[in-house]
Design a protein around this ligand. Sequence first.
Ligand code: NAD
Ligand code: TYD
Length: 367
Amino acid sequence: MAPKKENPGKIKKAPASRSGKNRLQERSLEGKTLLVTGGAGFIGSNYIHYVLKHYKNTIIINLDKLTYAGNLDNLKDVGGDPRYEFIRGDIRDKDVVAEIFQRVQGVVHFAADTHVDRSIMDAGEFVLTDVFGTFVLLEALRRTPTVEFFIHVSTDEVYGSRDKGFFSEDDPLNPSSPYSGSKAGADRLAYAYSVTYGLPIIIVRPSNNYGAYQYPEKFIPLFVTHALEGKSLPLYGKGTNVRDWLHVEDNCRAIDFVIKRGIVGEAYNIGANNEVRNIDVAKRIVNELGKSRDLIRFVPDRLGHDRRYALNCRKLRKLGWKPEVEFEAGLAATVNWYAENEWWWRKIKERSAEFKSFYDAYYKDRK
Ligand code: NAD
Ligand code: TYD
């Protein structure tokens, strides 16, 4: 007999213990201690800023290994805040993780290796951090009943690519890069732990984020900073691949919203319905900076390059969340941020051996 098809976005039944669906509804972070993993990265640092700004009595513990993508400059202005504590450590270190779990009531798990191109060159760290690291955190959750919720930050890339239509939470996962394959493993592991042990886990799947503090190897900050430096902009293939852009502050608001209203065991897409072809993003960037379009250079494509990501976000919208940042204005503000914060990205591009060695190796035939 064919096995019954499970709905990957939903949990059919969960043991009563910690799954109580109402437990997460209308939750507030006020007065709680929160573990943020990967808080020195792009989205994590924006999220920490968001929480400290919007909650007076929330304590944040940021556990971050400070890989090449982790950067304490992102959190320069919160360093002296008594509500914020930084622990340099690895999510794969079960002793460190177990100790921190004793002190917190909630977890937002961002830590991951995240760059598709790096995963194509070497997937090892992606499997170890994104899958095994998530396993270590889930095991700690299982053993720490005082933790009330765990937000697993997945990605829209777990669905793979589609030419038409939109991905809903119930669609099968069909990842096609080593990065998204690892994220899909973690996403399903989080789901499995929620079903099997009735743990208070919610999965979010945001689309491509843009905004301040994004490591300048990703598309938008790479193109903005390259354009500012007068360097050519390496556009993969024909530039017709489509991404569904979400401003990082909208993503932070959505995660906050899911903590308050999300239902345990569910997965939520987070997107703003901003589908744009890469070539059009590149043109807007050069226009915004008053640079020539001649800077755009078509280079050999990324292996297995997903053609299009597009999310159906009705589930989260129905719950009451909606994005606030319109793409044109958000992109202009982002371009402006990098233009005004050269100190931040020049330090990485000019002084980081990790940036240079990857860039030289990956782009040697793409310049
Ligand atoms: P990022 O690469 O900017 O930051 C990742 C952070 O995790 C870094 O600070 C790094 O030091 C830390 N880290 C890596 N391995 C670690 C380990 N073993 N232990 C502890 N810390 C470790 O990533 P980001 O763009 O901020 O993405 C954050 C999360 O959001 C990731 O899970 C990613 O998959 C997901 N996501 C990102 C996007 C996007 O567009 N950036 C979209 C959807 C989902
Ligand atoms: P990226 O920021 O790496 O995000 P992801 O691959 O996770 O969506 O890339 C966004 C898009 O931009 C993707 O279609 C690949 C493309 N791209 C380029 O054309 N050139 C580049 O140098 C980079 C980094 C990305």
